[in-house]
Design a protein around this ligand. Structure first.
Ligand code: 7TS
Length: 408
């Protein structure tokens, strides 16, 4: 069964928007953030209209309702990634904060000078800078799984890095530039065999692939709602119960405590231990609605649709003289097409496409070291989600021919 794209597009009112008179938006930037369906927008509105109250602290009806909606969303998210328990689902602000939580809490309690952390050359800055900061503070060592010219990880080099017994391996499940879907289960298994804890940056994978966290056996897994039809301002850190239990709190304040004395405190149980202060309640509820929405459609169908669009897009883009694509072939990647157009700066490409309503991103996409590896400062990037169509790919391709004409 295929996706019913006409029906799906009706759920996203923004896709009808004109960016200028007579020019409808062609949104090809879901890797940066996805659009939001009415079901999510309305769930958040309903909460503010009917049930708004602070959570975990009131006995009145509204507070109980808000708490149950907030915790209900956590249960949905736990089921969505097949976590063993909702206690393993920590609300954060986004993937970036989730990774920082691991760096500040787990890593500062467990890593000392000289300890090795293995990352990859295709990481988003969110999975680089927290480790740079720890390197400066603690003197930990960093090393990197190299990326091949085809945009794949060099697993043989990974195996030799593991001989050095890293304490932590942290890698992206899917690259936000190359689109590469990394063999996460294998990377995790090998990491565990070498005695490492493994953290996965799932910002691009959870929105597009069926992720089964227990089958993957990741120790930590980070993702953001806003890339999967949910609101901004909320993300998840998944962690195995035993690990999270053993970790010191991250931020201190209300809600994360069991008891406070003038000179001491006792931390709350999971997951509240890591959720200090009034959280993003409406956003959590919106996140739950996003998970319902994606589940209702079916992650397998979404992945199949994206694959079809990506295959078509790569084929069509390749036909354009002067276009150079980055990353592996469609069978090894998700819905991302990063490219350069000979003789035209990626920013100019994006700006000219914008005149026809086509939204693509240009720049280093927060993966500067990866661009450096390929010897370029920037790329233009089109990315696809469940609501994109082949017609939109055609509009992009026509737009690129126009760019070429303008630049002679
Ligand atoms: N990790 C990966 C692989 C990402 O693609 C992103 C965001 C992040 C981490 C950070 O997510 P955040 O929700 O904490 O901001 N990637 C992009 C992008 O490709 N364009 O804009 C944001």
């Amino acid at each position: 069964m295929k996706l019913n794209i006409t029906e799906i597009r009706k759920d996203f009112p923004i896709l009808e928007r004109e960016t200028r008179k007579g020019v409808r938006v062609v949104y090809l930037d879901s890797t940066a953030t996805s659009q939001k369906p009415l079901q999510v927008i309305e769930a958040m509105n309903d909460y503010y209209r009917r049930s708004n109250a602070n959570i975990h602290r009131g006995v009145h009806t509204l507070a109980e309702e808000a708490t149950s909606m907030y915790e209900g969303a956590r249960e949905k998210i736990a089921r969505f990634i097949n976590a063993a328990s909702a206690r393993e689902i920590i609300y954060t602000r986004n993937t970036t904060e989730s990774i920082n939580l691991v760096a500040y809490s787990w890593a500062r309690a467990n890593l000392k000078a000289g300890d090795l952390v293995v990352l990859t050359e295709m990481e988003h800055h969110s999975n680089l800078v927290p480790w740079h900061m720890l390197q400066m503070e603690r003197g930990i060592e960093l090393d990197f799984i190299p990326v091949t010219q085809d945009g794949l990880l060099e697993l043989e080099t990974y195996k030799s890095l593991l001989d050095r017994r890293p304490k932590l391996v942290s890698f992206t499940h899917m690259s936000n530039v190359l689109g590469t879907i990394n063999p996460a289960a294998e990377i995790i298994r090998l990491g565990h065999e070498a005695g490492a804890i493994v953290l996965v940056d799932g910002a691009q994978s959870v929105p597009h692939l069926q992720v089964d966290i227990q089958a993957l056996d990741a120790d930590f897994y980070a993702f953001s709602a806003h890339k999967m039809c949910g609101p901004t301002g909320i993300g998840i850190l998944y962690g195995k119960t035993a690990l999270l239990d053993s970790m010191p709190p991250f931020l201190g304040g209300g809600d994360m405590i069991k008891e406070v004395k003038l000179r001491s405190f006792r931390a709350n149980t999971l997951p509240h231990k890591f959720e200090a202060g009034t959280p993003a309640i409406a956003e959590a509820i919106g996140f739950g609605a996003a998970v319902d929405y994606l589940t209702g459609i079916g992650m397998d169908k979404i992945a199949a649709h994206e694959h079809e669009i990506t295959e078509y897009a790569l084929e069509r883009l390749e036909e354009i003289p002067g276009v150079k694509l980055f990353g592996p072939s469609a069978d090894k990647k998700g819905g991302v097409a990063a490219f350069t157009l000979e003789g035209v700066h990626p920013h100019d490409v994006a700006q000219i496409l914008d005149q026809d309503g086509i939204a693509v991103r240009a720049g280093h996409h927060c993966a500067q070291p990866l661009h450096e590896k390929f010897g370029i400062p920037a790329t233009s990037r089109a990315s696809f989600y469940l609501y994109n169509t082949k017609d939109e790919v055609d509009i992009l391709v026509n737009g690129l021919y126009k760019v070429k004409e303008m630049f002679g």
